[in-house]
Design a protein around this ligand. Sequence first.
Ligand SMILES: NC(=O)c1ccc[n+]([C@@H]2O[C@H](COP(=O)([O-])OP(=O)(O)OC[C@H]3O[C@@H](n4cnc5c(N)ncnc54)[C@H](O)[C@@H]3O)[C@@H](O)[C@H]2O)c1
Ligand SMILES: [Zn+2]
Length: 344
Amino acid sequence: MVTTIEIKREMRNPSKVIVGDALRLLPDVLPVGRRVVAITDPNVDAIYGEVIRAHAGEVIVIPTGEENKTFATVEAIHRRLVEIGADRRTYIVGVGGGITTDVTGFAASTYLRGVEFGFVATSLLAQVDASVGGKNGVNVAGYKNMAGVFNQPDFVLCDTGVLATLPPREFRAGLAEMIKAGIIADPALFEIFESHSPEELLADTELLTGAITAAIKVKAAIVDADEREAGERRKLNLGHTVAHAIEKLSRRYNHGEAVGAGLVAIAGVSERLGLLATAECDRIVRAVEKAGLPTATEIPAAETARALTRDKKVEGDELWLVVVRAIGDVDVRRTPIGELAALL
Ligand SMILES: NC(=O)c1ccc[n+]([C@@H]2O[C@H](COP(=O)([O-])OP(=O)(O)OC[C@H]3O[C@@H](n4cnc5c(N)ncnc54)[C@H](O)[C@@H]3O)[C@@H](O)[C@H]2O)c1
Ligand SMILES: [Zn+2]
């Protein structure tokens, strides 16, 4: 059983996100009679290499880790594509977690000024967030996602079966983005994380598939309304201003863990601003905790605040801060960095 969620694209067919036992559909979504090049990482290749090679004539393996989400990796991909004579009809498929899909989308969008591409999202985080919505890109000088494009894939396959091989820590990281989606727009989705541990979710395919679908729908609706982040899409950055500062300051946390701590921080800020009831703030803290994610870090608030002021995405002395009014209701407001720093 699969569920398909469509997200509109300008002048093209919609991007299709397919959730469920979706991997078997790979031959159906790939174009017929065209050369297929897959891009993956060594961990995913070790487990799914055979499936990938059954559908792709060439496989490019890129190194793992945020430190390799760079132009150097994109260049290595482009060099290989040139070497093998990839042309405009070559089809690219990224198979892996969010790092692989972010890099693949950017490499495909810039090779020969853009070739067509799709994703098989293999981490929970990639399924519910990274692979969906068309933001692709790389880090520059240690700053997250400083270069990239908006360009949605033709398809995203989100196969819940592949999550069985995902390291538990990575599974929990994905839950952070799902909790985020619940807080932004879906209280019923949020409640799933109040009442189920990561182990329970992983063991209940139906519940998990439903939750993944709900999280993708939250993102899809927002991207549909504001593909290029002129307004509404900023809501998806809930918890991320602080999360990016954490990722910059410490190697200890992966993206999802930083988002967990970032959600708790921003819930606290929202409460201090008098926007969010204490009981609702506590629910957010407990859900993050139940997902096995950090609710705080050892990084002193003053250091986080300093990192915010150095954030390259800050416009002037203000940033767009996503605050929580209730579970299922967030607001975006221009906030002076000094004010946010004081509230942290
Ligand atoms: N583009 C967007 O809109 C967007 C949104 C959210 C996050 N992101 C980006 O996504 C990245 C994080 O993604 P991630 O957490 O998936 O990281 P990741 O790609 O590093 O994957 C996590 C780890 O799991 C392994 N893995 C993946 N699937 C597996 C499977 N099925 N079985 C076994 N191992 C598997 C990977 O090899 C890796 O070691 C960050 O760079 C973040 O900025 C982008
Ligand atoms: Zn994120």
